[in-house]
Design a protein around this ligand. Sequence first.
Ligand code: AVJ
Length: 321
Amino acid sequence: MIAIAPNEAVLSAALTGLTAPQKSLPPWLFYDETGSQLFEQITALPEYYLTRTERGLFTAHADEILALAAQGSALTMLELGAGSAAKTGILLAAAVEQQGSVLYQPIDISASALEEASANITANIPGVIVTPQVANYITEGFTLTRLPRERVLALYIGSSIGNFSPTEAVDILRNLRAHLLPGDTLLLGTDLAPSTHKPVETLLAAYNDAAGITAAFNKNILTRLNRELDAGFSLNCFTHRARWNAAESRIEMHLESRAAQQVHIAGQRIVFRAGETIHTENSYKFTAAMLASLFASAGFSPERTFHSTDDTFAVTLARAV
Ligand code: AVJ
């Protein structure tokens, strides 16, 4: 076998996370080619209501969202964590309808997902000019191209922001805000906290589907570390777990070690007790108060929130102030 120098970001994330008292891995590690494909499969699962609910909101309100964002100007669209950009097509098609053509600047950590997104959009929505950027928008930053007299509509949809703690989320939106001018807008998609009409069971099922796709998505992080860091995890020695953490208002995904075991990464021994977990993801679920505080802290003023008819998911248009 040929030794390939490991990706430094992957190695350092793995060592940092797996040597802490509560072992963890950052969720961006999910999105290698297989992980991005598994996530696409998740978005089509009956239990995973988030994607189809947000798509319904875009279908119902695209024109109103764009009119509010544009205020009579033309728009350019930036998207953080675009992935396959399947839902974005609805907004892009509406923008082409309104202004003839639109510059679309998707950013994603997965090159394969972005290539697919660009090819799909270019083929299916003439009038969209796509300028993809492969980047980890958290650690690397990104560039925004601004055309004369155009306003920017930044998309951060799919409840991607839910992966981050409240302070990290503020930092991400502040950093985005720094790229924008007053009058530009952010469209933020957020999954909502449990309520009388949204039982916790609905949330848990969305992260522990009957077909086992979410379990495969979670375990793929170990497959990736085996491949890229020669880690030697046995996948069947770990169980997928989804938990509701009410105090933090988040779903947590963990990989639970079924037995005492150890692996080695770059010469470092990682020891697991039976029942010990690797915390792989947080998925925050938002209340109105959480949303209000997030926007206020990041320099945005929310102008309109569109709730799904079942009130499980919301998209908010907020203006940079
Ligand atoms: C892409 C972060 C929005 O938290 O719902 C799906 C990722 N994890 N199933 C989410 C995910 C497990 C997803 N986000």
